[in-house]
Design a protein around this ligand. Structure first.
Ligand code: 0O2
Length: 267
């Protein structure tokens, strides 16, 4: 097939990857702005390289006119989570989305591969709008913890280095490391609630401070400068000495003051 034709075929897959990465990143943004914990920590995506498509097509003896149908991972999205429990939440989120239709799922977490590989895979259908109209594509979504991702990245590099024939002593090390990943994920799960609380408070504090600063900035436009400076000093004091509750209280009071000025302006 001509190189130019390959590029044309792959363009809708590039669009699908871009759109889906953006959509999943928005779940993180939305959660943070609401001060709630996001089960998604990071999202990345890629379109399979032409050379890797050719390798897989040859390996699986797929006729060239069937490769789009038979290769399910031309477009790939990888979602990393902090904790193993988050994976289930993300799977649920994906199943519930009305822009995605789940074709199949593989749970390599409950049933790891013989290599020690662990991850949750979903093949979904997703429609992009192209110059030639809508195109329904298959996308592979891999969902794993950060620890599982670390293991898979290292193992993938070794597979590449040894062309799929990793020496036995290294294989054994990788299996040991895979067990260590299971233990690490379990250990981290025991402190999940505490970590989630800490991260939520951090996010809520960041949101409250941002609201306070916007309010102070707006007051400069309408209120007496000396009064705003006093409010600002009070904010610094509460920020330094108080906890989250005091900051929230200060923010509510500031909202009332700002409201008062807005009411004066409209009268
Ligand atoms: P790349 O370079 O990441 O794109 P199957 O026909 O079901 O046996 P298939 O179609 O490859 O095999 O599906 P599977 O097993 O669900 O694997 C799909 C992808 O999962 C792989 O894509 C890898 O990204 C990842 N994966 C699967 N097994 C392993 C493993 O043992 N180690 C690592 N590091 N990753 C794995 P590709 O095309 O193989 O590779």
């Amino acid at each position: 097939m001509e190189i130019q034709l390959w590029r044309e075929i792959l363009i809708p897959y590039e669009l699908a990857v871009k759109e889906l990465v953006l959509n999943f990143e928005h779940i993180i943004i939305e959660s943070r702005s609401k001060g709630i914990y996001s089960p998604i920590e990071q999202v990345e995506g890629r379109v399979k390289k032409i050379s890797s498509i050719l390798d897989k097509v040859q390996k699986k003896k797929i006729p060239m006119d069937q490769f789009e149908e038979r290769l399910e991972d031309i477009a790939g999205i990888r979602i990393t989570c902090q904790f193993a429990e988050d994976i289930e939440k993300v799977v649920h989120l994906i199943r519930e989305r009305n822009d995605l239709e789940v074709k199949s799922e593989k749970n390599y977490i409950d049933t790891p591969k013989s290599s020690g590989y662990r991850s949750y895979h979903m093949i979904v259908y997703y429609t992009v709008n192209t110059l030639n109209g809508p195109k329904r594509l298959q996308v592979e979504i891999q969902i794993r913890t950060m620890a599982m991702d670390f293991w898979a990245t290292v193992e993938h590099s070794l597979q590449y280095k040894y062309k799929g024939n990793i020496p036995e002593h290294l294989n054994q090390r990788l299996l040991n490391a895979a067990d260590a990943v299971v233990a690490l994920d379990k250990e981290m799960s025991t402190v999940r609630n505490e970590i989630m609380d800490a991260q939520n408070s951090f996010q809520i504090k960041a949101n409250v401070v941002a609201t306070i600063l916007t309010n102070i900035q707006n007051l400069y436009k309408v209120a007496n400068k000396r009064e705003v400076v006093k409010i600002q000093d009070e904010f610094y004091r509460v920020y330094e000495e108080g906890g989250l509750d005091q900051l929230i209280h200060f923010s509510v009071q500031l909202d009332h003051i700002a409201e008062g000025y807005r009411a004066q302006e409209t009268n």
